[in-house]
Design a protein around this ligand. Structure first.
Ligand code: GUN
Length: 290
């Protein structure tokens, strides 16, 4: 047994980012560089790392980036006012409010303030509905990154059994909808699912997005399956682990993402891609009426 081939998210993301950078240069040459605002409230250490990575990647792509930080003591009004100021700024094409927000703040109400055309996270009700209805709209970055990773490795979804572990608004639900849009047969499994192992074992494409270190055992992986591990879990010894028990899963799968270096870098690449699209649309007068 040679083991699965690695789905290298880092390398694929670098390709996507280079493509985005080239198109961004075209816009910048016309004085219309893509603009991204990232809003970070409070001091969650993981969020600080994620935001720093997004800020750096957007700079490297030639975007105009604003990272706006508010203290954990910020009020609901403070955060919503900041979002609205970005809505009104024509140089801003993408607004991302890093989640989770500190306790006491209502993330849903903050997200509802984001102009759907700048909602590069695809989390507003408008964009969630668009995905469900199969209409154009902004799609969430992590699910989009999973699909892009499959596409760029020639791994088809049509007719395949896709099992998504996790039902979050950021990953599980939108990923299931995207896979369905691509004519996969989709199952969403979660913490109340009975016999999780048996459900996972049906999957041609297994996506783990629950935030539970090494939950998915090697024996749950169908031989020849594609395994996408969305989990990024910090273990007590400081190391990172995904939601999949990597080594035994690798023995059975045909393709598998590592953690780190798998889905994570794709999330950032798709954030840039969504922001670029929004900037391109803003620069095209005829698109404004669509
Ligand atoms: N926190 C963890 N992942 C994400 C993401 O994709 N978007 C936002 N806004 N917050 C997150």
């Amino acid at each position: 047994m040679t083991g699965a081939r690695i789905l290298d998210g880092k390398a694929t993301a670098a390709t996507v980012r280079a493509e985005v950078r080239e198109r961004a240069q075209g816009l910048a040459g016309r004085g219309r560089a893509p603009g991204l605002t990232v809003i970070l409230v409070g001091d969650d250490p993981a969020s600080h790392v994620y935001v720093r990575n997004k800020d750096k990647a957007a700079h490297e792509a030639g975007f105009t980036v604003r990272t706006l930080r508010l203290p954990a003591t910020a009020s609901q009004r403070d955060v919503e006012a900041l979002v609205e100021a970005q809505n009104g700024d024509p140089a801003v094409h993408g607004i991302l409010v890093q989640l989770p927000l500190p306790k006491g703040l209502d993330a849903e109400r903050v997200i509802a303030r984001i102009d759907p055309s700048k909602d590069v996270d695809g989390l507003t009700a408008h964009n969630v509905a668009a995905l469900t209805l199969g209409r154009p709209g902004m799609r969430p970055c992590t699910p989009l990154g999973c699909i892009e990773l499959l596409d760029r490795h020639g791994l088809a979804l049509e007719g395949r059994e896709v099992v998504v572990l996790g039902r979050s608004m950021l990953v599980g639900k939108p990923l299931a909808a995207l896979a369905l849009e691509r004519n996969a047969t989709v199952t969403i499994a979660h913490s109340r699912t009975r016999d999780l192992g048996a459900v996972c074992a049906r999957a041609d494409i297994l996506v783990a997005a629950v935030g539970s270190p090494r939950l998915v055992q090697g024996a749950w992986v169908k031989p020849g399956a594609v395994v996408l591990d969305v989990g990024i879990n910090r273990l007590p010894d400081g190391t990172l682990a995904g939601d999949v028990d990597f080594e035994p899963a690798r023995e059975r799968a045909a393709w598998i993402t590592p953690v780190p270096g798998g889905v994570g870098p794709m999330t950032i690449a798709m954030l840039l891609a969504n922001t670029l699209r929004s900037a391109e649309r803003a620069a095209t007068p005829s698109a404004a009426v669509l």
